[in-house]
Design a protein around this ligand. Structure first.
Ligand SMILES: N[C@@H](CCC(=O)N[C@@H](CS)C(=O)NCC(=O)O)C(=O)O
Length: 201
């Protein structure tokens, strides 16, 4: 199994799960923005030139949530998932998909405007709007974490998906001062050796 990975990217989610499942994998490392991601060889496995990409035998996947679901279905025997019969199944789905569906779109805007674009192309209105929307979105995570320790009750892949999105938000300077549960949750996730390993490959 081979993971195409870049530090601070969504590929951390995949490495994190691989570590939690104690699976063996090879790693090919990139830096976001580097030329290799734009080259035709890489685009054969990732048409948009993005990470993560997972190659497992003759299977190639290039969408983090799909990779996580694939790994769980093939290798976890139910660990880190919720079964449809579990009373938290709907919460598991809700918070698994909340990462790419809700948290990442405004965070992407913030990253594009503040990190990727040159200062003269930065649009303050876009940043303000995305910051406001992201604040509202993260408030729903805060509210959920007032009820439970982990998003689906106990630690699952929903925490790998949305927890990572929350960690990325903090990493990019999103203000969590009025969201103490989110801050504590991030600290708790970051204390997992499996995430520490995935973060610093
Ligand atoms: N929805 C995709 C997003 C993949 C994505 O945008 N990856 C970013 C890193 S987090 C990337 O590779 N960016 C490189 C670039 O845009 O050049 C997923 O969850 O895998």
């Amino acid at each position: 199994m081979k993971l195409h990975y870049a530090q601070f990217s969504r590929a951390v989610r995949v490495a994190w799960l691989l570590e939690e499942l104690e699976l063996l994998y090879e790693i090919e490392k990139y830096t976001i923005g580097e030329r290799a991601l734009r080259e035709s060889d890489f685009k054969k496995i990732s048409p948009l030139g993005r990470v993560p990409v997972l190659i497992d035998g003759d299977v190639t996947l290039h969408e983090s949530g799909a990779i996580i679901q694939y790994l769980l279905a093939k290798y976890s025997s139910g660990f880190l998932e919720k079964e449809p019969t579990d009373s938290n199944f709907h919460q598991y789905l809700q918070w698994f998909h909340f990462a790419e569906g809700m948290i990442m779109p405004p965070l992407n805007t913030i990253v594009v405007e503040t990190v990727l674009l040159s200062p003269d192309r930065k649009n303050e209105t876009n940043v303000r709007r995305a910051t406001k929307i992201l604040g509202q979105i993260l408030q729903t995570v805060e509210n959920r974490l007032c009820e439970v320790e982990y998003l689906a009750g106990e630690f699952t892949a929903a925490d790998i998906m949305s927890g990572h999105a929350l960690i990325m938000s903090a990493h990019h300077g999103v203000d969590l001062n009025e969201k103490p549960k989110c801050k504590r949750y991030i600290d708790k996730l970051m204390s997992r050796p499996q995430l520490q390993k995935a973060w610093s490959l």
